[in-house]
Ligand binder design. Sequence first.
Ligand code: PLP
Length: 369
Amino acid sequence: MTDFKVPFIDLPQRFVEEREELLACVERVLAKGHLVMTPEVAEFEQKVVEFTGAKHCVSCGNGTDGLMLALWALGIGKGDEVITTPISFVASTGSIAHVGATPVYADVRDDQNIDPAEIEKKITPRTKAIMPVHWGGRVADMTAILDIAKRHNLKVIEDSAQSMGAYYHDRHGGTFGDAGTISMHPLKNLNAIGDGGMLLTNDDEIARKTRLYRNHGLQDRDTCVMYGVNSRLDSLNAEVLKFRLTRLGEVISRRRHNVAIYQDMIRAKQVHIPPVKPHEVHSYVMFIVQAENRDELKAHLERRGVQSLVYYGTPLHLHPAAKKLGYERGDFPVAERQAARVLALPHHQHLSETQIAQAANAVNEFYGA
Ligand SMILES: Cc1ncc(COP(=O)(O)O)c(C=O)c1O
């Protein structure tokens, strides 16, 4: 593996910063000897409720399960269509397909989030829900999306996997729709030591059903009221996440500071950084730019010791798995153009100003800016 001067992410450094607290979490939980569905899990969920303003938080095994739990709880399945975006991680579409429903795409805007005007064109009598994705940590245009949902009587499931700490008009991502789901994968701002996820909802019934589904449909040890799955956040992660939630604000502000430095330093006109609007608070899980000659830029950065990653080079409708959905190249021009241009620059809270300067200078150098 190449040793980058400016690595994309630096999880070992996070351990250096938090070593004492993390080991104390491990010790506390292991000493008790109970590792699943213990009070730590409910305590973490309560802290998330306080942080996000959602009425309920139901933790689960990962963000993908969160999406499936939401779809199940809303009764979405075979014969139903769910409108979503071609710009996301495969889990958004995958969850819809897995419950037996059909993913229907709508193109995105310049900021890579689903375009409400395109959603409207995709509604059919089979449409049951809209699943916007708050891509990179920027909340989609929820005012317009909720308005469409209301007029057409549709459910809204926010794939807010990347939006812990992101706000839209002062409201936390994942708290607008019927349900919102969050991933605590190691690359997220609030990250587990492994996988983790959660569902936010203001609806008591969705919360009740989700709690049952995530634990085999067991109402108590001896009574199964519906068949569910095993998708529980383990107690060790709940304890770690409880601690990390207290640091989330600092993590995001360090990331925001780093993005501001990047924005000051990148002069090349060939690099487009979609502006953050006044009513948006970006959680900066990723710092994605849209660049001309993206692949050559990436190779140049690598030669300069700067690691960058493409998120993602293939929009979801053009994956082999999407073949039976019947889409073709050209169906979503904005998403397709972005897929050819997007590049995520190294971006984490441990970057030094020198490292950011190395990355930004290498970008400018490539374009002769
Ligand atoms: C937009 C989006 N949706 C869903 C997921 C799935 O989350 P998880 O990896 O926790 O299952 C991710 C994870 O990266 C994501 O970025």
